[in-house]
Each structure stands twice: as structure tokens, then as C-alpha cells.
Design a protein around this ligand. Structure first.
Ligand code: PHB
Length: 386
């Protein structure tokens, strides 16, 4: 097989890249180890920054998002006895949309189908080769047969466990493992709030998010190594009720349809390019979910990469490709800081001094307009070319 851009991974980053390349007249083939059903159903993020929404809309992907996505003006920050609203629209003139990654992936899949995109699902043994030459290629097996895919450029959108990241020799890496995890649930119950609640509590952080008018998504801070089997539905709802407790407000409980434990990690690998291999999304960086930045960062990478690759393979102009890694990493590090800051401000440790500092910081964020604006500017998202 031969194409201009070989993309490893059919998650949102890989699908969006193929979409943007197609619109720029560049051909690509995507290979993916999982099945399409798996990729479209895996539960991930749910918050789209303003610039993500704008990019999807500007590229013909906004129709269902505009119909079904829920625009949020801000978030609530809470600690025992107090809940405060931060209005991003008022503070920075930007908002966010609640629209699940599952839905973004389905919309992208349909758009790619309509364009006749070639996506090879359920491949095994994917490997990338000859990245330092002008003729890189990808190999994989499918139905027991080995396939070679030749390309001008290879892009790794295959997450932190895929083969692309590992193919960059001697990268610099930075990592922070946090001493807690999230227990996340999906429940068939109307959200008890109009906008997300981020709650600090001595028992641990809790987050009330949502997917639709009838589906809530909630999270509890739990110790690392927590086994979901130890958390019955009753135990989960009573822990959530305790952490979100506020006079005159009640948390609606309902049937839990999904339950899982998520580790919390920050990771950055630099550079995001090696020869003719480019990395995008989780292949190059991981953020803890507290700032809702993971999917948005992947979209921003791809928004920078698509024009860079189009210029490279169409016009043999490498200017943007040569600055891609530095351009993307500027934003990656900003979001890495924001995600770390939100995480460490809201998750309780065993240190009572830390708790006092966190509460002082939370009060500062809701009482100083400058501090509120700083959170809002980061949460609602920076322009793509930040
Ligand atoms: C989610 O809805 O899954 C979600 C929302 C906000 C976060 C993290 C996760 O910060």
C-alpha cells in the first residue's frame, strides 16, 4: 500500500488529522489496533474548549455538536459549606461545550466514511520504519498477513502505549505520578447541576460532570490501587453525596451503567518529531483529567500539524514542519502546568498544611477577579497558535 501520510491510531487525533489533510488535498491511510466499535464506545473526556468547537465547526464537523452539545458559561468551585460560580463568558468572553469524546469520534468517523477515507481496523504488530529517510513506512499484520504501507510521512496518534512514541530515539521525558486516582461513573440520571462542580472535601475531591440531560458523569478521588469491586453503587452515591453536600441542594442518584478507576499522571516527551515521524496527542503527552485538557490538546496538535504536513508533502516546504514540535510544546507545557495546578489545588492529601493552602487558594480564585480570570482563560482554552 502507498499513501502520502500514514497515520497510526484512529482515535480523535488520527481521525481529525486525516479529515484536515483531506481538506488540504492530502491523502492518508489510518491503521488502528482496536475495532471501530471499541474506539467509538470508549468513555473519555467530555469538555470541548472554545477553540476546539470553532475548529470542528470550521471544518464541517459542527452540525450535531451544535444541536446536541451543551454550551457551559463556566464551572462551580466548592468546598465544605460554599459553592461559587465562575462565569468564563463574563471573565474572558469564551465558553466550553459539553460533548463526549465518543460523539466527536462518531462524527469524525461518519465524515471520514463520506469522504471514502481508508481506515484499517484491528491490525496487530504495528511498527514504524526508516523514519530518518524520505521513504518511511509502517508495517502491520491483518488476518495473518503482513502489510507494508509506504508514505512520505508517518504520524503517531497511537497514545502513550503505541509504537510511535517508543520509536523516537533518546527523547527527553518528564513525568509526575499523582498519589491518587479517580473512580469514574456514568449514571442514567439527570444531572443535579446546570454546570460542572469541582468540589474540594476532606474525604477527597469530587467532580460532577454530565453527558446529556439524562446522563451524569461523576468522579471521586480514591487511593491508588483502588479496586472498583470494593465500591458498591450505594457506597459511591453516599460518598458523592457527602462530598457535594450543600444546604438546600440534593444529588440525584440513579442506575450506574459504567464504573472504572483512572490513574492520574502528567507526562511530556520531547521532541514531538523524529525525521519523518511526527507525534500528536497522547503519544507525546498525558495530563491528569482535572483541567479537561487531554482531548483539547490533541486537537490543538493536529490543528498545527495538518497545515505543516500539507506544506511538506504538497509543496516540499518544511518551514511549519520544522517548528511543529516547538510550537506544539509551548501549549503542551502551558496545559501541563494548568492541569497540575487544578489537580494539586483540588485533591486532598494527608498533610493538614496542604489543606489550608488549598482552601486559601480556592478562596483567592473566587474572590479576586484577576485570579478567576486566570483560571477561566486556561480552562476555556487558549488560541491554537498560543
Ligand atoms: C468529564 O466529563 O468526563 C470530565 C469533565 C471535566 C473534567 C474531567 C472529566 O475536568
Amino acid at each position: 500500500m502507498r499513501t502520502q501520510v500514514a497515520i497510526v491510531g484512529a482515535g480523535p487525533a488520527g481521525l481529525l488529522l486525516s479529515h484536515l489533510l483531506d481538506r488540504a488535498g492530502v491523502e492518508s491511510v489510518i491503521v488502528e489496533t482496536r475495532s471501530r466499535e471499541y474506539v467509538e464506545a470508549r468513555i473519555r473526556a467530555g469538555i470541548l474548549e472554545q477553540s476546539t468547537v470553532d475548529l470542528l465547526r470550521d471544518n464541517g464537523l459542527g452540525e450535531r455538536l451544535d444541536r446536541e452539545g451543551d454550551v457551559h458559561r463556566g464551572i462551580y468551585l466548592q468546598w465544605p459549606g460554599e459553592r461559587h460560580h465562575l462565569d468564563f463568558t463574563e471573565l474572558v468572553g469564551r465558553s466550553v461545550a459539553v460533548y463526549g469524546q465518543t460523539e466527536v469520534t462518531k462524527d469524525l468517523g461518519r465524515a471520514r466514511d463520506a469522504a471514502g477515507q481508508q481506515i484499517v481496523y484491528e491490525v496487530a504488530d504495528t511498527a514504524v520504519h526508516d523514519l530518518e529517510t524520505d521513504a518511511p513506512f509502517v508495517t502491520f499484520t491483518r488476518d495473518g498477513e503482513t502489510v507494508r504501507l509506504d508514505a512520505d510521512v508517518v504520524v503517531g496518534c497511537d497514545g502513550s502505549f503505541g509504537p510511535s512514541r517508543a520509536a523516537v530515539p533518546n527523547p527527553q521525558t518528564w513525568e509526575r505520578i499523582y498519589p491518587y486516582s479517580w473512580l469514574g461513573i456514568l449514571a442514567d440520571v439527570a444531572p443535579s447541576t446546570d454546570e460542572l462542580i469541582y468540589a474540594w472535601h476532606p474525604d477527597g475531591f469530587a467532580l460532577h460532570s454530565m453527558r446529556s440531560e439524562t446522563v451524569s458523569r461523576l468522579y471521586l478521588q480514591v487511593p491508588n490501587g483502588t479496586d472498583v469491586a470494593d465500591w458498591s453503587d450505594d457506597r459511591i452515591w453516599s460518598a458523592l453525596s457527602a462530598r457535594f453536600a450543600l444546604d438546600g441542594w440534593t444529588l440525584n442518584a440513579g442506575p450506574i451503567t459504567e464504573k472504572s478507576v483512572l490513574p492520574m499522571r502528567s507526562f511530556v516527551q520531547q521532541p514531538m518529531r523524529h525525521g519523518r515521524l511526527f507525534l500528536a496527542g497522547d503519544a507525546a503527552h498525558i495530563v491528569p483529567p482535572t483541567g479537561a485538557k487531554g482531548l483539547n490538546l490533541a486537537v490543538a496538535d493536529v490543528a498545527l500539524l495538518a497545515p505543516a504536513l500539507a506544506a511538506l508533502v504538497r509543496d516540499e516546504d518544511s518551514t511549519l514542519a520544522d517548528t511543529y514540535s516547538d510550537d506544539a510544546l509551548r501549549r503542551v507545557w502551558r496545559c501541563t502546568h494548568f492541569s497540575w495546578w487544578m489537580t494539586t489545588m483540588l485533591h486532598t492529601s494527608t498533610d493538614p498544611f496542604d489543606a489550608r493552602l488549598q482552601l486559601a487558594q480556592l478562596r483567592w480564585v473566587v474572590s479576586s477577579e484577576a485570579a478567576a480570570r486566570e483560571l477561566a482563560e486556561n480552562y476555556a482554552g487558549l488560541p491554537i497558535r498560543f
